[in-house]
Design a protein around this ligand. Structure first.
Ligand code: GLC
Length: 748
């Protein structure tokens, strides 16, 4: 059949001819998919399940191999990752259009916290507890990325993490299933916007399914072993929320779960995701996670790995080549049913149709749109606002903060520490690569300099580096502090000390940074410490001595401007910790929603045959939900509309929150519950809701939460999602550790 005839046949089957008649006898999506599937050879089908990394960047160990472009031309590649930009995506899409069936490529990218405009790392955004802001952050990321040819982001990462030694804690929403679920939903909605098919919507990808954050020892890629109770009550809820929000894709994870690699785990992918949750999208493996089932000891070779992965419900193979090199033969040998291949290909083609790629393969590769989104100043303003909301005020003794520009006129502020002038570091891990001297990224130094102008003199000393042990810079730093009226220090991790494959056994402030703080503190000058990190760090001496401490994560492109706004009170910090901060690595895992045990300590110092350490108080350095403001808030006792909740009824719990300080401020009012007795033991606290209120000095607001029995459901020993009558406590307050409480009964 000559090319013209073949093209006509293909257009007839793939519906290109339908464009002018759209609406008349419109094929259903499934009919369109089946019309393409019918034309495909087995190799072309498996080609759709094959994803390669582009030749321009890599986010995993590269496998050298033959000419990918030739494989695209032969219809043996369904997707590429780490290919961005109109130029590169157009180049490869054109090659795909030379293939026999002209099936468009999908371009996927880790747009985790921004594309051109880099937002705070996700753990920092989570500290904002502001779902609209988080959704908007994802929306902007999608708008910028989709203007650069990307149709699919490998985000949101929704892994619950209770171990800050794990470097990827920076990428998620912290330790709590409820907060994590709300944020998962916000991010999926943000990325997918008005729905697939819009040119500013990208496919979301809930990852890493599942349990990846529970790696033993916090060591990345390590074994995960947990009860199904913990899996269902703690680690699955954010994935369920992502699926319910319409996440187009899922990515499975590197880890084994209870002895079976997630990539080859049909309980996860078929029983739960595609079965119980009826997920209609497709599942992509993680980078070579199919091939890694061999070292896991779950597959003999790549053919065995391919068989086990597709049988378990993994639809697309990222970078292992197991599918493309083995599936056709496995099908022909009758070891893999072609139905499994057809199901996977249907799921993938459906998304390509929904994205509109069959109508216009180049719809996301538009040079004009890319240019318009390359330096979008409006996005920078949104980013700065998100950054401000992410900052957590940990301490402010004597109201050292906010700084008063008037009183500091003519004075000197010393800016000391290895991160004061950082640029690239502020973008955190998983950020678009920027030159270290980029003028577009605002350092703390630059942000404060822009804020104070000539009114206040700024002095600078690096003092030490992030990780090495040299104290050679201390003398200059101390001298600089002595000559100043106040000192702002900026310390922490380097941006690449958290993230993938960045687990740390020691999460103290690295190097000699805390020694530098001690040296500066000894000058007697007022000291403010800013801490940059992608995880909770340990800095007990600093916590005990330094009067003012702000946790500034990695705040993105406008970091310095946001920090300056917070320091000078143009933004009153409102962040609340989405993860517990331990006093020592020895306390890990430490999290607020723990079980009571049979010997709960009576207080932080109880050592009398109770569940505690004899060398540490029984409490974290900073608890989940903790964060101060420049103002103060008081809470009334809780009032309930009834002491009894029955199925079908609503328990209304209210508090009066008052701004008792002198600055307007936002407070995140948190609601927790505790089931006192259960068929299985239940956590001492569980976040069930939160509301943000903005109050001016002296203003009060009644904050009311409505609870139904559905809010009290959990998975019992039989993995049924139930609520159980009995006594409950309800807690409302400013953090998980500072709450008012009341009692109620849940009756049948
Ligand atoms: C990495 C990560 C995953 C990412 C993928 C593609 O190894 O585990 O989160 O999306 O590879 O970069």
């Amino acid at each position: 059949m000559n090319t013209l005839k073949r093209t006509i046949v293909i257009c007839l089957f793939t519906g290109y001819w339908m464009i002018p008649f759209a609406g008349f006898g419109q094929k259903t999506l499934d009919q369109k998919v089946d019309s393409v599937l019918k034309l495909m050879t087995l190799e072309e089908k498996v080609g759709q399940m094959n994803q390669y990394n582009g030749d321009w960047a890599a986010t995993g160990p590269i496998t050298p191999d033959g000419d990918k472009q030739d494989q695209i031309r032969k219809g043996l590649v369904g997707s590429m990752l780490n290919v961005t930009g109109v130029e590169h995506t157009t180049e490869l899409q054109k090659i795909a259009m030379e293939s026999r069936l002209k099936i468009p490529l999908l371009f996927g990218q880790d747009i985790i916290h921004g594309y051109r405009t880099i937002f705070p790392i996700p753990l920092g955004e989570a500290a904002s507890w502001d779902m609209k802001a988080i959704e908007q952050s994802a929306r902007i990321a999608a708008t910028e990325a989709s203007a650069a040819g990307v149709q699919w982001t490998f985000a949101p990462m929704v892994d619950i993490a209770r171990d800050p030694r794990w470097g990827r804690v920076m990428e998620g929403a912290g330790e709590d299933p409820y907060l994590g679920s709300q944020i998962a939903r916000a991010r999926v909605l943000g990325f997918q916007g008005k729905g697939l098919g819009h040119t500013d919507a990208v496919m979301a990808c809930a990852k890493h399914f599942a349990g990846y954050g529970a790696a033993i020892g916090g060591r990345d890629y390590n074994t995960v072993d947990m009860s199904l109770l913990t899996l269902w009550n703690v680690y699955l809820p954010p994935f369920k929320a992502a699926e319910e929000a319409g996440a187009a894709t899922f990515m499975n994870s590197f880890n084994t779960l209870n002895g079976i690699p997630a990539t080859g785990n049909s309980y996860l992918q078929r029983d739960i995701l595609k079965g119980k949750w009826k997920f209609q999208g497709f599942v992509v493996s993680d980078w070579n996670s199919i091939g890694e089932m061999i070292p896991h000891g779950f597959a003999r070779d790549h053919a065995d790995a391919a068989l086990k992965a597709i049988s378990a419900g993994n639809d697309m193979d990222m970078e292992s080549r197991s599918y493309i090199q083995n599936l056709p033969k496995l099908v022909r040998e009758g070891k893999v049913s072609v139905n499994l291949v057809n199901e996977a290909v249907r799921r993938i083609l459906k998304k390509k149709f929904e994205l509109g790629l069959f109508d216009d393969p180049y719809k996301f590769s538009n040079a004009q749109r890319e240019k318009s989104q390359w330096d979008n100043s409006a996005n920078l303003m949104v980013e700065k606002s998100m950054a401000e909301k992410s900052v957590v005020l940990l301490k402010n003794e004597g109201q050292l903060l906010p700084l008063n520009r008037e009183k500091l006129k003519g004075k000197t502020i010393a800016l000391i520490g290895p991160l004061v002038r950082s640029i690239r570091q502020n973008l955190g891990f998983w950020s678009y690569s920027w030159p270290d001297d980029s003028l577009r990224v605002i350092s703390t130094w630059k942000g404060i300099a822009q804020k104070v102008g000539d009114d206040i003199h700024l002095a600078y000393a690096k003092g030490c580096s992030i990780t090495d042990t040299s104290k050679a810079g201390f003398e200059e730093a101390v001298e600089t502090a002595r000559k100043a009226d106040i000192v702002i220090m900026e310390v922490g991790e380097a941006a690449d000390m958290s993230g993938e494959a960045k687990s740390r056994s020691n999460i103290h402030l690295p190097g000699v940074q805390e020694d530098l703080i001690k040296a500066i503190y000894a000058t007697g000058k007022p000291v403010i410490v800013l801490i940059n990190a992608g995880r909770p760090l340990i800095f007990n001496w600093t916590s005990a001595h330094v009067p003012a401490i702000l946790y500034t994560w990695w705040l993105g492109t406008e970091a310095g401007g946001a920090v300056a706004d917070v320091l000078f009170g143009d933004y009153n910090p409102s962040g609340k910790l989405p993860i517990t901060f331990p006093r020592a690595e020895g306390q890990i895992p430490i999290y607020y929603d723990h079980f009571n045990t049979g010997r709960p300590p009576k207080n932080a110092n109880d050592l009398n045959y109770v569940s505690s350490y004899i060398d540490l108080p029984n409490s974290p350095a900073y608890p989940f939900g903790y964060g101060l403001s420049y103002t103060t808030f008081s809470y009334s006792d809780i009032t309930l509309n009834s002491p009894i909740l029955r199925p079908g009824g609503t328990l209304e719990a209210s508090v009066e929150v008052t701004n008792t300080g002198k600055y307007p401020g936002k407070e995140t009012v948190q609601l927790y519950t505790r089931q006192m007795v259960g068929s299985v033991v239940r956590p001492v606290e569980e976040l069930k809701g939160f509301k943000q209120v903005y109050l001016t000095p002296g203003e009060s607001r009644k904050v009311t939460f409505a609870l139904t029995v559905n809010d009290l459901r959990f998975y019992n020993a039989h993995l049924n999602e139930v609520y159980e009558p009995g006594d409950f406590k309800i807690f409302i307050g400013t953090s998980s550790a500072q709450v008012k409480q009341a009692d109620f009964k849940l009756e049948k």
